[in-house]
Design a protein around this ligand. Sequence first.
Ligand SMILES: *Cc1c(COP(=O)(O)O)cnc(C)c1O
Length: 241
Amino acid sequence: MNPSQATLYETLQRNLDTVTWQMKCACAASERSLEDVDLIAVTKYAAWEWVQALAELHPTFGESRPQQLADRRPQLPDAEWHLIGQVQRNKARLAVRHADVIHSVNSLRLLERLSRLAKEEQHPVRILLQVNISGEASKSGFDPQSLMSRWSDIIRATGSHLKVTGLMTMAPQTDSPESVRPVFAGLRQLQQKLNDLGQCDELTELSMGMSRDFEVAIEEGATLIRIGRSIFDGLSNESPG
Ligand SMILES: *Cc1c(COP(=O)(O)O)cnc(C)c1O
């Protein structure tokens, strides 16, 4: 291992340690267990060298573009890969072929398409439904009311090779994480309402929280947090590795 590689590993381990410590504190504050929260390392802006090094330290990755997922996943097949970004129509097959979990299912049409393709590809995929809790026009996702009212259509569309395991949301960008707490609480309440409908297996996953707001998200019940910048902090894209 050359010196710059050693620095890369040290930086990644230090960042992972910091995030894990923050996760622990947020769990302690909300009387939750650290085992109930999974850290997804978001690699969308990360150089490939960083991802390879991180794979020796951490098992779960998130990509936002299906094409980059398709390029990277086969090279690290033992990691668990989550697709967290929008799935365009023409990328849906790549998505079901390479993702273990897709967080960004934002319409019934997309769900139907993924269901058909997952069957064709013979690849089971876990699905999270993306919800636009904040109601911002710029955010993608189901409207909470229509998700409730179309729930039986959604269950029907899921099919044999998909499994809806939970919900995902993105909070508005803000300098004060405290201000987005209601968004995270809103996703948890929606999950509860859908579970009360009782038409499918219990939804257990809540994918919410990024580098800027994950502690608040954990306090509000996140089970999957999606962290990019904080994991790769201190590494420069100009000279990876
Ligand atoms: C990029 C991205 C993240 C990670 O954001 P950071 O601020 O880098 O932690 C999380 N979720 C989604 C959907 C993203 O696109």
